[in-house]
Design a protein around this ligand. Sequence first.
Ligand code: BG6
Length: 323
Amino acid sequence: MDAREAREFRRVKILGCGSAYYAGQLGAQFIEEVARMPADAEPASEFRYRNPVIEKDTLYVAVSQSGETFDTLVAVQELKRKGGRVVGLVNVVGSSIARECDGGIYLHAGPEVAVASTKALTNMGVAFALLGIHLGRIRDLSPADGRRLVEGLQRLPEQIETVLKDEERLASIAQRLASAENLFYIGRTRGYPVAREGAQKLKEISYRHAEAYQASELKHGPLALISPEVPTVAIVPDDELVERNIGALHEIAARSGPLYVVTHPQVDLGEVQAEVITVPRNETELDPLLMMIPLQLLAYHASRALGHDVDKPRNLAKSVTVE
Ligand code: BG6
């Protein structure tokens, strides 16, 4: 698509399954924030059954590590049948979804061997960031802001290395999380897809029941379940919502809920008692990418602590290529 054609799109709809769907939510948040286009993500498995209205000024994006997930492939075929334009963010070159799409971005994450998506997931976030910067720069995103975000992306590899160096401490925290039967993961706006993916990872490979909630929704129900037996992993980036997020931590602490907070060094949690996991600060729009990394390590070590097969979790397939 050249710039003139890409400018015709008024909104973005992202489709994927499992972790790819959560990466899509992360991508939608980024695109709406940076390109100022309405953007949202939906499970491809739902989209394909609900006889969706396909709009000619919507750019559809199919995201998939394997490029073979049947629900996502059928969703792409359905929207193409109705004249939709779809690009693919796919890891496996030449896969069915990649070939079905009108074009796309390959993730170049290398072979993702385990069932649970980790490096491919991170690369999905990076690919969405590149797409968002591109769509933004042919609209109102300034050259300076475009450069700021690209330089932020270039800092990611070394910052991910920094997070990986904290693995020993994350493993000890994971052992405590592994003993809980039920856990909450909470985040707000940019942090919510991170919480959803963190809960997904823990469920997938440790088989513990982890539920993600918007931090703002906590008081509308889930708070009833907070107790000393129910730990909460909270995503608290150093952004414009940090005070509100700390407010949610107070609500949990007041009910003796154990807290594990993924945050930035610059954030002061005050008198909130919590196990704090810090990641380096990048650009506000890109911080969610880094905050997913410690959650992947927590899930990995929780699974190891429980003696499970991290790479081949029970009941799950690497890619569901059939109905
Ligand atoms: C599920 C896997 O079957 O498919 C998940 O268990 C994965 O880990 C989801 O995220 C989507 O797979 P893909 O290959 O389309 O990204």
